[in-house]
Design a protein. Sequence first.
Length: 359
Amino acid sequence: MAARKRKKTARNGNRTAGGRDENRTKEYAGKRPDIPHLGKEQSDKKEDGRKRIFEIIQIGQTEDLPSRLFDLFLVLAIVLNISALILETFSELESYMPVFKGIEVVTVVIFTIEYALRIWTADYLYPGSSHAGAVLKFLLSFDGIVDLLTILPFFFLSGFAAFRILRVVRIFHLFRINAYYDSFNVITTVLAEKKNQIISSILIIVILMVASSLSMYSVEHDAQPDVFKNAFSGIWWSLATVFTVGYGDIYPITPLGRTLAVLTTFLGVGAVAIPTGIISAGFVEQYTRLQRDITASQYKNTTEVIYVDSDSPFCRITIGEAEDSFGICISAVIRRGSVLVGADDIILEAKDTIVCIKL
């Protein structure tokens, strides 16, 4: 009984001014760390959801069905938006203007939501940057600028509605097979690698245009003072002639001027063919490099070097026969210090060294 009284007295003594039991507070205090733990789980779930949204809206995720469906939905919105923009220009369809405006409003809302989601998930696109830095990189990127220019005209720049046609650019990105074979990546890579040659060829074209303009002025000024007024009045003519457009609004009438025009045309064809050949060769080199890299990645660590002696089964047979018989792909044959890159009809000889890939 005395012990019970002492226990009751001690419990009453531990009560605070607000009437709370400090011991009971301490008893339940150990359970409170569960609350931050639940908050961390909720934060992780939110982050996982944000990452999943990024994966869905990310262009080119062909293996992800929701991502692919989103891409197709976005293509449909782009086509509807551009179609409404074009059909609004037909006066015969004036009665359907409310429909076109409705399509425009709905699709612009879709584009705006997509733009906001891309900003929200930008740090997954640029994982090496902070969130603010990733957002800034996206805003200044090609896709970010295109997205912005297709949305702004609806809200602020009604006279620049033609910017919405830039959405067509996104369609080409949506249907790429993968980033490695993306045609746009190939184009930009080729232009970057061949930029010096391209700049040089463009400089040749500019020099030809200026020279032909000055020459035509000297020849035609007296005969057509109103047409060839000064040294640079023939730039338009030289542009049409060098690029073989031939609008016909300005042309020479003197025999010497016509002779000069024929010469300029021939030189123009050759000058324009220079950058075309450079770019075409760059495409061939790039695709050959891609194909070689893909082949190397497929057959990595399977390259073999075979020395051919007089008793070897490879001796005195062609490369094509060796490939068919032994299941290999011969990359090169080293013969007396020279490297032969293989046509199928090359006959392998003793003391050759074969570099091949085992299939």
